[in-house]
Design a protein around this ligand. Structure first.
Ligand code: AMP
Length: 125
């Protein structure tokens, strides 16, 4: 079910549980600011999610409330993961679904990294 991006943060969401180590994940990268792990239902040959360590519902929440250090740390982590996955030269796509129309399902900010094949046009019409 898509979520309303303006809802308060729910610390029982599945990515909060992953951050607390309550459920397993296939970690790609972790630092002070971010955790990156393989999507459980990949939509491309390479499909990794990068999430901030802080409790933010979505991109809007994060961009409005996170500190400069959190934002810098998170953005640098996304770039680092894409580089270390070898995706810069062939190219990759970032996606951060936010709220109902974007069909955001998990209410903890996550950036999808897609790659590993030509990804086609940006949106299905
Ligand atoms: P979104 O529609 O942007 O909220 O995407 C949520 C993503 O989280 C989907 O691509 C799911 O496949 C992925 N997902 C849900 N649960 C897990 C999990 N336990 N581990 C890894 N990825 C997950």
């Amino acid at each position: 079910m898509p979520i309303d991006a303006t809802q308060p943060y729910d610390d029982q969401n599945i990515f909060a549980k992953i951050l607390r180590g309550e459920i397993p994940n296939r970690t790609v990268y972790e630092d002070e600011w971010a955790l990156a792990f393989h999507d459980i239902n990949p939509q491309a040959p390479e499909h990794v999610l990068v999430i901030p360590k802080g409790a933010y519902v979505c991109w809007d929440d994060f961009s409005a409330k996170a500190s400069d250090a959190e934002i810098a740390g998170f953005v640098r982590a996304v770039g680092h993961v894409a580089r270390t996955m070898g995706l810069v030269e062939p190219g990759y796509r970032l996606l951060a679904n936010t709220g109902l129309d974007a069909h955001q399902e998990v209410p903890h900010l996550h950036v999808h990294i897609f790659g590993g094949k030509p990804l086609g046009p940006m949106l299905m019409r």
